[in-house]
Design a protein around this ligand. Structure first.
Ligand SMILES: C[S@@+](CC[C@H](N)C(=O)[O-])C[C@H]1O[C@@H](n2cnc3c(N)ncnc32)[C@H](O)[C@@H]1O
Length: 306
């Protein structure tokens, strides 16, 4: 049974803050705290305490004073706030990668997506936001404790999503092949072990997207796609997110950035490997398989003398 959750209000909702809602408090140093508002409740942190009653009934964007004097800004959380601040069991997929996965795998309203593993439910939430209305996400998670975290996070973030989400607490390898779908999204240690099941599940033209933190995982996955056949347009990309410090004349890149998180590997399911122009073929030995320019997925321009 899904946990009871009020239907969350999106940032910018016209109603004042009310009990049961989650807000993100931001301090002067941009530190963020996710809290669930209750009548008579208190939020405690190193700056003292904040009475929830000081926020209830107030408009979004209200500033409150903590007991030691600091001021905190209260807003309804964005998807990125939720991802970074919600409770987690397993490591989550960061907002920069969630956005790219939705885009690269072309996850849109009406899509049927199978995901493994669900972990803390961060990526699940992004997938659910993308497939509705009309689509579904089936998530596999083999650990009951992580599945609980995912359930709670999805309910807190999206409320009751009805039939749009099914969470199966089991090994994806045992069931994935039975689930006909348009997209398969993998975030687990050994995605190459699920290539065969994903090929069976995916309809022709469907997309496989695997999130792999290490180079060795990329290599094994890409080799498995080539060996299996039936895949085309395989590509591997990564996204680096660099924030900027903007303060008067001091405008420069931040000293720290969200650099490496993982590689995103995408491939299209095709009926017959032999028909797949530019399929998941081994890299071109002449060019080392590198793109010499253009967009990811575009063939490299011919080298001089070709
Ligand atoms: C890194 S976490 C996923 C995090 C998730 N994408 C998120 O954003 O919150 C990987 C998860 O895959 C699960 N897992 C690993 N192998 C699995 C399998 N064969 N079937 C189902 N779940 C699996 C693990 O238990 C773990 O929770």
């Amino acid at each position: 049974m899904r946990p009871e959750a009020p239907q969350p209000r999106h940032p910018g909702h016209p109603d004042p803050l009310s009990p049961g809602e989650t807000v993100v408090l931001t301090d002067r140093k941009q530190r963020r705290y996710l809290i669930s508002l209750t009548e008579g409740g208190q939020f405690s942190y190193h700056g003292g305490t904040v009475a929830h009653d000081d926020l209830l009934g107030q408009p979004e964007g209200t500033r409150v004073r903590a007991s030691k004097g600091a001021r905190l800004l209260a807003l309804r959380p964005t998807a990125a706030d939720w991802t970074l601040k919600a409770p987690r069991g397993a490591q989550v997929v960061y907002p920069k990668d969630q956005a790219m996965i939705v885009n690269l795998a072309d996850i849109a309203p009406g899509c049927e997506v199978v995901e493994a593993g669900a972990g803390s439910g961060a990526l699940t939430t992004a997938l659910l936001r993308a497939v509705r209305p009309g689509g579904r996400v089936i998530s596999f998670e083999r650990r009951e404790d992580f599945a609980d975290v995912a359930r709670r996070n999805v309910a807190a973030r999206l409320g009751d999503v009805g039939d749009a989400w099914e969470l199966v607490v089991d090994d994806a390898g045992d069931h994935l092949a039975e689930r006909a779908c348009d997209r398969v999204v993998l975030d687990l240690l050994e995605p190459w072990e699920l290539v065969g099941a994903a090929a069976t599940a995916l309809r022709a033209g469907g997309v496989l997207c695997a999130y792999t933190p290490t180079v060795t995982q990329v290599t094994r996955l890409r080799e498995a796609l080539v060996a299996a056949g039936g895949w085309a347009r395989a590509e591997t990309v990564e996204t680096l997110q660099r924030g900027w410090h903007v303060d008067g004349l001091a405008v420069r890149p931040d000293h720290r950035m969200v650099a490496h998180t993982a590689f995103l590997n995408v491939a299209r399911r095709v009926p017959d490997a032999d028909d797949a122009a530019g399929a998941a073929d081994p890299p071109d030995a002449t060019h080392g398989g590198e793109h010499a320019g253009g967009e990811p997925g575009e063939p490299a321009p011919p080298a001089e003398g070709d």
